[in-house]
Design a protein around this ligand. Structure first.
Ligand code: PEP
Length: 256
């Protein structure tokens, strides 16, 4: 079963709309016309209109960093799946460790968002991963299994091809510390096994599992060459054309 690499940039709370327009033009001119590797950018909400316009006719997909589970109404500060779809959004990052840490999100509370994302014809990128304390206590596999089970409760088998998982060890995010290739593969293969228990072997083979945590153009090749690593969710290194496209190039080289 061959899964197409997905390299997604999580710009977090960086870049004004005009800065975002410039960055996406640069990324587009570098890797926007190939379709061997799926590339996505996830700018802040304020940049999404601008980036969506710039991406017209491009192979690069647009992603959001959050969504609210209700369709519309009196929910100050929130945006719905329909609003995102109207901007030609494809992916939505959900359950990111920063949202868990600073905004109180949990796997259970994110479950609603995951379900409404797929109901709204968008693809969730569901982020899971252990803290350093959990890794040191040898709890990594239990933690990710619970995050998968809780976050994906009631997820329909028929939607499975729209699901993307991002394994992001919390201790590797924005720290410059990366999981070794073997550490990443061990957890990714366990995640796929857990997905197989929930959705069946065939379905689990179709789900892309991204690695996230200080991935850069130098370490991408080793991580992406692992059999269960299907791409990357990139934070810091997605903020410049050179480093982000270097990661995309690493994926393209592995496909060549
Ligand atoms: C992230 O926040 O999803 C991430 C992987 O960040 P970084 O690449 O900066 O570690």
């Amino acid at each position: 079963m061959s899964r197409k690499y997905l390299i997604a940039g999580n710009w977090k709370m960086n870049k004004t709309a005009s800065e975002s327009g410039l960055l996406v033009q640069q990324i587009h001119s570098s890797v926007g016309s190939q379709s061997t590797v799926q590339v996505a950018v996830c700018p802040p909400f304020t940049s999404m209109g601008k980036v969506s316009e710039e991406l017209e006719g491009s192979q690069i997909a647009l992603g959001a960093q959050n969504v609210y589970h209700e369709a519309s109404g009196a929910y100050t500060g929130e945006v719905s799946a329909e609003m995102l779809r109207d901007l030609y959004v494809t992916y939505v990052i959900l359950g990111h460790s920063e949202r868990r840490q600073y905004f109180g999100e949990t796997s259970k509370s994110v479950n609603n968002k995951i379900l409404s994302t797929v109901a709204g014809n968008l693809k969730p990128i569901y982020c899971i991963g252990e803290t350093i304390e959990q890794r040191e206590r040898n709890e990594t596999l239990d933690v990710v299994r619970t995050q998968i089970r809780e976050g994906l409760e009631n997820f329909s088998d028929s939607e499975v091809e729209n699901l993307v998982i991002a394994y992001e060890p919390v201790w590797a995010i924005g720290t410059g510390k990366t999981a070794t290739d073997d550490m990443a593969q061990e957890v990714h293969s366990f995640i796929r096994k857990t997905l197989a228990e929930l959705f069946g072997e065939n379905a689990a083979e179709t789900i892309r599992i991204l690695y996230g945590g200080s991935m850069n153009a130098g370490n991408a090749s080793g991580l992406l060459s692992q059999p269960d690593v299907d791409g990357g969710l990139i934070g810091g290194a997605s903020l410049s054309q050179k480093s982000f496209c270097g990661i995309v190039q690493a994926a393209l080289d592995l496909e060549a």
